[in-house]
Design a binder for this molecule. Sequence first.
Ligand code: FMN
Length: 320
Amino acid sequence: MVSQPDLSVNIGGLKIKNPVITASGTFGYGNELIPFYDPSLLGVIIVKGLSIQPMPGNPPPRIIETPCGLLNAIGLANIGIETFIEEKLPSLVKIKTPIITNIYGHSIKEYAEMAKRIESVDRIAAIEINISCPNVEKGGMAFGTDPDAAARVTDQVVKNTTKPVIVKLTPNVTDVSIIAKAVESAGAQAISVTNTFLGMAVDVATRQPKLTNIIGGLSGPAIKPMALYLVHKVVTNVKIPVIGVGGIMDYQDALEFIIVGASAIQVGTANFINPKTAIDIVRDLTDYCLKEKVSNINQIIGSLKTNGENYEKSGDKKNK
Ligand SMILES: Cc1cc2nc3c(=O)[nH]c(=O)nc-3n(C[C@H](O)[C@H](O)[C@H](O)COP(=O)(O)O)c2cc1C
């Protein structure tokens, strides 16, 4: 009998059975898909970004399709942490997959309060800090574009929890490795790369922006090469595990991120096309490992073959 490959990976102290994670905001609160398939097959479920108070989000239209992508300005509409814990979490108890909450605050104090509240909830395995939302007026990306602010938010969350802390970065900066290093130094155990890229679209008939919020965040296959590049840049400059996210539609996309150095990957926009994408990727990664005789997926993490040069290491001037 052929033995099954070991797909388990470690992300910042959290051991997960496979590297496939559903991205925040694209998989609801984790329970919506229970009637369609068994979410226990997933490595991790990351739920929609939560805040202390419920948030209505931005007025519609707040999501539109673009060629090979999706532009959204949801504005972090969510039910709030208390309602999530009371009403949604109980239905997730039977799922044998870790739940990670993605958190958002209007101030550093609010991020710290969220961490404190989550600390007592055993079912939540780790915290992903969203310092990268482009669609909210206060907080969000403002923290993710400034290395000092990013470090302060990370520090306050880390100090208020014993759970692994993952920081999700924005691509909307000049050098993502500066922010990555800042949050690593502040105690982050892992980094997710990346959130959406700023974008906009105009209706030429009305000459109005297609999104009420005017600007939104671009996701989907359109961003994959850029997300891959950012993962390459971050893994080159930090020691903590990196989770790759951006435009992953199938197992080959997932493998690209893993080969570049991501310890795990997240599936986002693809869920809106086929909600089974993530479990298809788990199945196809298993088949790939069997076919290629890879007994443990860790063997291919960071196995990118280059000419030995790495121009993305900070301080390396060769790329000038
Ligand atoms: C509709 C929508 C809502 C999202 N909501 C969140 C959120 O609440 N928190 C967060 O950190 N990222 C959020 N994201 C970003 C995704 O988690 C992911 O980082 C991004 O879409 C890139 O991955 P993808 O190309 O696979 O979708 C959202 C994305 C979309 C499309």
